[in-house]
Design a protein around this ligand. Sequence first.
Ligand SMILES: Cc1cc2nc3c(=O)[nH]c(=O)nc-3n(C[C@H](O)[C@H](O)[C@H](O)COP(=O)(O)OP(=O)(O)OC[C@H]3O[C@@H](n4cnc5c(N)ncnc54)[C@H](O)[C@@H]3O)c2cc1C
Ligand code: SF4
Length: 508
Amino acid sequence: MSALDASVVEGRTLSGAHRLTCDVVVVGTGAAGATVAVTLADAGWDVVMLEEGARLRESEFTANLWKTMKTLFRDLGASFLEGRSFIPVLQGRCVGGGTVINSAIVWRVPEDVHGVWLRRDPGLAAGIPYADLERHWAVLERDLGVAPTDDAIRGHNSRLLALAAERLGYRGRVIPRNVVGCEGQALCLQGCPNGRKQSTAVTYVPRALRAGARLFTDARVDRVVTEGGRASGVQATLLGGDPERPATLEVTARRAVVLAASALQSPGILLKSGLDRLGPVGQHFMCHPGVSMVGVYDAPVDLWSGATQGYEIDHFRPERMKIESIALPPELMALRMPGVGQKLARWLPLARHMALWGAQVRSRAEGQVRLGGTGVRVRFTQTAEDLVTIRLGLRVCAEACFASGARSVLPGIHGLPEELTSMDEVTRWLDRVTDVRQLNMIATHLFGTLRMGTHPDDAVVNPFGEAHRLPRLYVADSSVFPSNLGVNPQHTIMGVARQIAEHVLARA
Ligand SMILES: Cc1cc2nc3c(=O)[nH]c(=O)nc-3n(C[C@H](O)[C@H](O)[C@H](O)COP(=O)(O)OP(=O)(O)OC[C@H]3O[C@@H](n4cnc5c(N)ncnc54)[C@H](O)[C@@H]3O)c2cc1C
Ligand code: SF4
């Protein structure tokens, strides 16, 4: 048996050039990739998964932020969307991808969002009808233990937001999450050290391996290979070995190549492959930039105790905004406090008394993914309308803080006072937020860069997930979404990926 026949091969252990053949090669092991891999492996196909990051066990997850950023995040968590402002963008780079570092919030794409997709392009009904997605979600919810956050581990941070929603009459809900036996340690961002979060690293990747799939870690796919006008495989560099002479791996796929490397990296691979002729590759990038507000209370909140995210207000979804409670460990919370040095020292003793809530904004702006440096660069600037929505999000966060008993809020916005003590002050000062450069934002939900549609000039993949202009190349991640969602995307990504895997089974 050769080293390549093992179920899991750490790319860093190989040297030289390697080749192998399989039925289907899947690039990425996050929400989309692992879902496709398990579906095809369960059907008896010979599946090879290629993952750029490493495979870590729960015992290797650590509360140490530096180590976490180094082992689990892309670019140490220091990638940015570049436009009028620089927005940090977080992505997982490890077996399990974003599902390892996320908060496990589960949302089915709302029917109204899906309805808009179908009204704009009725041809999508053939590929991703809502009834099929509902069938997939039911399976996923069973497989991943999805249930509303248990009250025992909801945490005071989430309870305060629930109280605010009740007092203000805003629609909200206890967040359903894909966890089993969550202990409410608020360490989701650092990977769950207890293995409670049902990331694909502990669910679908191992299940795909048990069904016969093979996994190569540290394997960065650089190019899609074509033959006779079809996708025939991929070329990868094996990372972590001799940097002077890195090992390589070429995988030939008899039936299909599936890209599931995320809405930033999948278009990057096609651009690197010189395949921009496939349509609007890298265009139409969309996201949900997030802003946050800190509330300061007389009584302790201890926001590092409880489920990472346990309650949300979705009342403002029609206005393109959603409020979520966010629990963080103390060292991350300190980053959100005002000032440095003496100024910061003033706030640190109050850390126990702070609540943190964020507004995810379904922005209208579209950006573009291009090649740059050693990876991709993303141009993105929000519209004037997006800024209005962001201000609404900040206002509702502050209103919720005061409604639940906060004595002040810390907006964390350039040009505003560190602390505001009434809604009158908040309203007056938020009117002065006229430039996105004043805001601290973060983006974790990414969409649309290889979008799905009926017409080849307007879309890269058809309604079945296959490239219009390159048969046997499928894309299964949120690159294919025709727009952003306004809700947390993992569950929709997995539902769509499962549907695309079924199309691969039927067509390839
Ligand atoms: C901090 C954070 C919190 C979040 N919280 C939630 C939440 O609570 N609920 C929710 O629904 N969503 C959440 N999300 C978003 C969600 O995790 C992502 O939308 C989802 O994981 C994206 O799935 P994906 O398969 O497209 O990409 P990913 O999950 O990012 O997986 C892509 C994989 O491909 C690999 N890869 C990339 N390029 C290559 C290459 N060239 N070769 C080989 N492998 C490659 C990556 O290393 C990665 O493992 C959160 C995201 C973050 C970052
Ligand atoms: S809150 Fe803690 S125990 Fe629960 S899933 Fe997240 S890290 Fe794991």
